[in-house]
Design a protein around this ligand. Structure first.
Ligand SMILES: Nc1ncnc2c1ncn2[C@@H]1O[C@H](COP(=O)(O)OP(=O)(O)OP(=O)(O)O)[C@@H](O)[C@H]1O
Ligand SMILES: [Mg+2]
Length: 235
């Protein structure tokens, strides 16, 4: 479904990411692991069209999307839930969700249906639909960010560190919902520093260090790997 082939990304003269090869098959949950500054978000923004690769190709469903605009890429079916949530804090929960459905704005029934679907997944958002997004707790804001991404009905959802700053119990609930979204048919590419939670739901993963992939494998393989355990699981 998604292939990155020898992708490099530069910020000015600084090469943030190089020689990255990633394969995501339809139906999978794939996780990118790596510490601060390893290059996970740079890869995400390259897939979603906010960064352009300086080398290599990004293919989605067989088509090169390197040169497509972020807008077009959403229309192709890739939805990004960005690092740090990037909500509109003064707008209500429902208004934030409607922004996420912007690409389908002419299909009113579809928007209504998507909204109901998000409220089903996250009942708390329904309860708080008329509250300002900025008044929600951290966990609720993350749920809203995921819900907003779902409103574009992505085939592939990019989730950039959804668990950051959240209490363990909330993280657990969030990963359950992510798994549910996947079972309903959305392929998921996840960036995480919380390897423990991520590998539990992922099919496979890639470990980033200094802008490149140093290790890849099935979740079982990575979970059993001593270096991964030492660096990201702490056991
Ligand atoms: N806009 C930018 N301009 C210049 N350098 C950048 C920019 N964004 C990221 N970088 C650099 O690129 C490298 C990769 O950063 P990136 O944000 O992709 O890492 P990350 O794995 O997402 O880290 P984190 O876990 O902290 O989110 C880092 O060295 C970072 O300092
Ligand atoms: Mg990041």
């Amino acid at each position: 479904m998604l292939s990155l082939k020898n992708v490099a990304v530069k910020y000015g003269s600084f090469t943030a990411v190089h020689d990255v090869n990633i394969e995501v098959t339809s139906g999978e949950i794939v996780v990118l692991l790596g510490s601060n500054g390893a290059g996970k978000s740079t890869v995400f923004r390259t897939i979603s069209g906010l960064n352009k690769p300086s080398a290599g190709d990004v293919l989605f469903e067989g088509n090169k999307i390197n040169r497509r605009s972020a807008d077009q890429i959403v229309q192709f079916g890739i939805g990004q839930c960005p690092e740090g949530r990037k909500l509109f804090p003064a707008m209500t929960v429902q208004e934030n969700l409607r922004m996420g459905g912007y690409v389908h704005r002419r299909k009113r029934d579809e928007i209504k249906h998507s909204l109901e679907h998000v409220f089903e997944l996250f009942p708390i958002l329904k309860e708080k639909r008329n509250d300002a997004a900025g008044s929600l707790s951290g966990g609720q804001q993350q749920m809203l960010a995921i819900g907003r991404t779902l409103m574009s009905k992505p085939k592939l959802m990019l989730l950039d560190e959804p668990s950051v700053g959240l209490a363990p119990l909330i993280v657990e609930q969030m990963f359950e919902v992510i798994q549910k979204i996947n079972k309903e048919g959305t392929t998921i590419l996840l960036a995480e520093q919380n390897a423990n939670a991520a590998l539990k739901i992922a099919d496979k993963g890639y470990v980033f260090e200094n802008g490149t992939i140093v290790l890849e494998g099935t979740s079982e393989d990575l979970f059993a790997n001593d270096e991964v355990r030492k660096a990201y699981i702490g056991a």
